[in-house]
Design a protein around this ligand. Structure first.
Ligand SMILES: NC(=O)c1ccc[n+]([C@@H]2O[C@H](COP(=O)([O-])OP(=O)(O)OC[C@H]3O[C@@H](n4cnc5c(N)ncnc54)[C@H](O)[C@@H]3O)[C@@H](O)[C@H]2O)c1
Length: 300
């Protein structure tokens, strides 16, 4: 039986909103992208390219009643609160509203909503047209049926939704990523290792392994007794600072913002950044294919 076609609205036409709209359009969802900035909308239209029938609008006038709305505006709690409350005034009471926040607690964003039971977090990862995982984060008011429906839509978009039991700041991925980076920056600050050597060690050890096994599966294979023995002597020595690394603060203050600014931990030119990104997209697709084959093979 053919599935009914879906209609969606993406609010925010920046980096993520554009890629989410394209992902949906390619999968047959009828999409409207709303952004308050007409210039951003034009850039978004150009990035999407020809061949997709996405509508672009600076306001909601004329937008058909969607099945779901996803907000992907600036990562600022006040802006998001205002946007989701405004979305509610345009849609039916049954329309599901999602936020693509990277980690702001769902209840904080939904605090001004009339019906927060239809609201949840769906955290995509960049590049969102390729990376399979989406963290699905219910707030304390979100209904179970809303979570289930959102997971069904994400699966239709070719994604692998993974649901959290409860919302914590940063969700899972950013908590893990920041815990790793806190230690990496600490090792760099202490002069234990240079950035290049650290990248080499992490990428070609735990990095390549984790492309195939999540951390718990990998630790099972390694042996939990060994992990415990190491944890006992190592944890007292790990960085547990409550503030971002001084080195990071200094880099940002100096304008060393990473590839987009020409300098972060490394030097970048426009050409080297573009080349790296193009190669990365191709390689990511191959790695995901291999990882998916490996996990399918593991199924009983
Ligand atoms: N960039 C990433 O890698 C990434 C990954 C995962 C999640 N996210 C999350 O996605 C969201 C968007 O991030 P981004 O990188 O696309 O940001 P961005 O700055 O590229 O885009 C944000 C867009 O929101 C628009 N906007 C602001 N206020 C608005 C309003 N009231 N109504 C409509 N549009 C409005 C801006 O004009 C801008 O185009 C953030 O919550 C971010 O944390 C980003």
């Amino acid at each position: 039986m053919r599935e009914a076609s879906l209609q969606a609205v993406v609010v925010g036409a920046g980096t993520m909103g554009t890629i989410l709209a394209k992902l949906m359009a390619v999968r047959g969802v009828k999409v409207t992208v709303v952004d308050t900035n007409p210039q951003v909308l034009e850039t978004s239209r150009m990035r999407v390219g020809i061949g997709t029938s996405i509508c672009f609008a600076t306001e909601w006038l004329g937008v058909e009643r969607p099945d779901f709305v996803i907000e992907s505006v600036t990562e600022n709690v006040a802006v998001k609160q205002q946007v989701v409350a405004q979305i509610e005034t345009y849609v039916a009471d049954t329309t599901i509203i999602m936020t693509n926040t990277s980690g702001i607690p769902i209840d904080d964003i939904g605090s001004a909503m009339r019906l927060p039971q239809r609201f949840l977090g769906t955290h995509f990862f960049n590049p969102a047209d390729i990376v399979p995982a989406v963290e699905v984060v219910p707030g304390s008011h979100t209904e179970a049926a809303v979570v289930q429906k959102a997971c069904g839509w994400l699966a239709r978009l070719g994604k692998r939704p993974a649901v959290l039991n409860t919302c914590v700041p940063g969700f899972v991925a950013n908590r893990v990523q920041h815990a790793v980076m806190r230690e990496c920056l600490s090792l760099l600050e202490k002069g234990v290792v240079e950035a290049e050597a650290l990248d080499e060690i992490v990428q070609y050890s735990i990095g390549v392994r984790m492309a195939l096994n999540g951390p718990f599966c990998q630790r099972d294979l390694n042996g939990l007794d060994t992990h415990l023995n190491i944890a006992r002597y190592l944890y007292p020595d790990l960085d547990a600072r409550q503030e971002p690394a001084v080195l990071l603060e200094e880099y940002v203050a100096q304008g060393r913002l990473g590839a987009k600014a020409g300098r972060g931990f490394y030097h970048w030119s426009d050409e080297s950044r573009t080349q790296h990104q193009v190669r990365e997209r191709e390689s990511l697709q191959r790695i995901i294919e291999i990882a998916t084959q490996q996990s399918n093979g593991d199924e009983p």
